[in-house]
Design a protein around this ligand. Structure first.
Ligand code: PXP
Length: 245
């Protein structure tokens, strides 16, 4: 299972002062040196953290792969066609949200998403869609022709953090991953994952890659980015045993 680090929060610190540091490009280099196998950024319509300049430079400097999360809008498609990141992940976006709040409702917006996926694939960009662990959504993704999906682990993470019924949520993620793999889709996952709740996800063999941002950058603020990334890579490689397993 590969780790892709979402470095949006590095840009969030920079934008807090509208300054030129810290630079997400430098952060990406450190993440890769520490063992990350992908770099993820979310180019939001409001540009609250990552800027177009970051995506352009990261496309030239990332030595692993660059995954750009974006809304399925014509503005974002144009940018992707120009910069050509290795992968685009389509996500829903609301102006007043703190972070992505749920998976994209592919079943509801199939027409528009279908057209965006086609345009991106025609530009030779790999495509993934961020969806909830819901079998109808996954079947629709397959019909639309996206090669990859990213399963939203947000509900699992929330229930784990609240000491709730996380086993039921992990089961949904696991079933979704298995179904997607059976349909021939590449399977990624992410959202809300931390050093504490990573294990149950890391045991799911069908998941090829995790996108993790907040928890890694939060730890990096205290112990440094190199150590924070290495610790997550190690946990993913050797997940701890789960209670009852
Ligand atoms: N995957 C997607 C699609 C996201 O939008 C985000 C947050 O930007 C993440 C993964 C990473 O989530 P977190 O910052 O909670 O690790």
């Amino acid at each position: 299972m590969r780790l892709a680090v979402n470095i949006d929060h590095i840009a969030t610190i920079r934008e807090a002062r509208k300054a030129d540091e810290p630079d997400p490009v430098a952060a990406a280099v450190l993440c890769e040196l520490a063992g990350a196998q992908g770099i993820t950024v979310h180019l939001r319509s409001d540009r609250r953290h990552i800027q177009d300049r970051d995506v352009e430079l990261l496309r030239k400097t990332a030595t692993t792969h660059l995954n750009v999360e974006m809304a399925a809008t014509s503005e974002m498609v144009r940018i992707a066609q120009t910069i050509k990141p290795h992968r685009v992940t389509l996500v829903p976006e609301r102006r007043d949200e703190l972070t992505t709040e749920g998976g994209l409702d592919v079943a509801l917006h199939a027409g528009n998403i279908d057209s965006v996926v086609k345009q991106l694939l025609e530009a030779n960009i790999d495509v993934s869609i961020f969806v909830d662990p819901d079998l109808e959504q996954i079947r629709t993704c397959h019909k639309i022709g996206t090669p990859k999906i990213e399963i939203n682990t947000g509900k699992y993470a929330d229930s784990w953090n609240a000491r709730g019924r996380w086993q039921a949520e992990i089961e949904k993620v696991s079933l979704a991953a298995r179904a997607a793999k059976k349909l021939g889709l590449g399977v990624f996952a992410g959202h809300g994952l931390t050093y504490r709740n990573i294990d149950a996800i890391a045991w799911i063999a069908e998941i090829e890659e995790l996108n993790i941002g907040h928890s890694i950058i939060a730890r990096a603020a205290l112990v440094g980015l190199d150590k924070a990334v290495r610790e997550m890579v190690e946990l993913m490689r050797n997940p701890r045993r789960l209670p009852g397993k």
